[in-house]
Design a protein around this ligand. Structure first.
Ligand code: FE2
Length: 377
């Protein structure tokens, strides 16, 4: 049984759970977060009121605990609350963690992940919702996962995106071919090795997911490699907090103008933090870095030192997970977190991948719905 107490002015309700956990709630917050049928539409759960409908000086006149917590507000409204829901949505927490912390459900990794690559079978994720759920959860946790055993057929990557959401079309098309070209419009289409990078930092918003699907890979070399950008950012923060601050508090600039009619530019930090300091996005791409002009003169030398050190951490083989895709195999990366690269490859044999972008909100939505469905069973 939950217990409660009310402050003398009726502005703050304190709730204590059966396990002894205690949390305070403001009257205004409680009224705004009511779940009764006059506040939330019963069908879709959308809020029916706006903040302007709640008096700024609202207080709680009376509170009674039965099966539900029944509150009577100074407006005369009486509303019942589920105390367990309130405790799950507590905001009365201790000090916030230091900048550079991870979001819920995320785990950082390095080269050791190679021993246990997050992988699922193409047919299994299409036919078993629990396999799909676990594979999507691996993408949420690691920002990266592989699929094996798919058809070595053009456009099969579209079936991967359809597992959880929608393609994000760009000037490169719905999807793009990654193989050697004689006159490449992008260095990705040559046999050169590429430094680990996130894709398209010159877009705003940046594509949040990338899928790369292998159709042929008989060339020598050409392995794929991924690096956890959040791990790299935390390493930089731990060894040099000032360097971390420089890269997270100043915007870098990125641009792409490699084809007629396209001039994409974006101005965002290389290490982007949420308002509470959580790691939000990594942008790192030497090919599309533009002139950086948003760092004050007195900080520019330090900024370049921080940029160099961040690159050294990213290039450290101890951070790399490397694998060679076979035809019909693919991988997905969270392009706001995980950098990818490929080793150089020779002209002998063929290497042909198809790539596309998709959006992470769709993936997380599908995952949450699968998890919610499982919880409801
Ligand atoms: Fe790329």
């Amino acid at each position: 049984m939950h217990t409660h107490s009310l402050s003398a002015d009726g502005q703050v309700l304190t709730l204590t759970a059966p396990d002894g956990a205690t949390s305070r709630f403001h009257a205004i917050w409680l009224r705004d977060n009511a779940w009764d049928a006059t506040t939330r539409a019963p069908g879709n759960g959308q809020r029916l009121i706006a903040l302007r409908d709640i008096p700024a000086d609202l207080s709680i006149a009376k509170a009674d605990m039965g099966d539900a917590l029944d509150l009577e507000f100074s407006t005369g409204e009486r509303i019942g609350y589920d105390p367990a829901w309130l405790m799950r949505h507590s905001y009365d927490t201790a000090a916030k963690p230091a900048p550079g912390h991870l979001g819920a459900g995320q785990t950082t990794w390095d080269a050791a992940l190679m021993d246990a690559l997050p992988t699922a079978d193409f047919k299994a994720v299409h036919s078993h919702s629990t396999t799909l759920r676990d594979w999507l959860a691996a993408v949420r946790r690691f920002g990266f996962a592989k699929l094996t055993g798919g058809p070595p057929e053009p456009e099969a990557l579209l079936q991967v995106a359809a597992l959880f959401g929608y393609i994000r079309e760009t000037n490169y098309g719905r999807y793009f071919e990654v193989r050697t070209e004689v006159n490449p419009t992008n260095l990705a289409y040559t046999g050169l090795g590429l430094q680990a990078h996130t894709d398209n930092p010159y877009r705003d918003p940046v594509p949040t997911l990338q899928i790369l699907y292998c159709l042929e890979n008989s060339a020598t070399g050409g392995e794929n490699m991924v690096v956890d950008g959040f791990k790299a950012a935390q390493k930089l923060r731990d060894e040099d907090p000032h360097a971390f601050k420089l890269l997270s508090s100043h915007c870098a600039s990125f641009e792409y103008a490699g084809e007629a009619g396209v001039r994409l530019t974006a101005r965002r930090p290389m290490i982007e933090l949420a308002a509470d300091g959580a790691l939000q996005a990594i942008r790192f791409n030497n090919r599309s870095a533009a002139a950086i002009t948003d760092v004050p003169f007195d900080d520019m030398a330090g900024y370049y030192a921080a940029y160099r050190r961040f690159g050294d951490i990213i290039d450290d083989p101890a951070m790399e997970v490397t694998f060679k895709l076979q035809p019909g195999e693919s991988f997905i990366v969270d392009n706001t977190r995980v950098l990818h690269a490929r080793k150089g490859y020779s002209g002998a044999g063929h290497r042909w991948l198809q790539g596309c972008y998709a959006d992470k909100d769709g993936l997380l939505s599908t995952l949450a719905a699968l998890e919610h469905g499982a919880a409801a069973q």
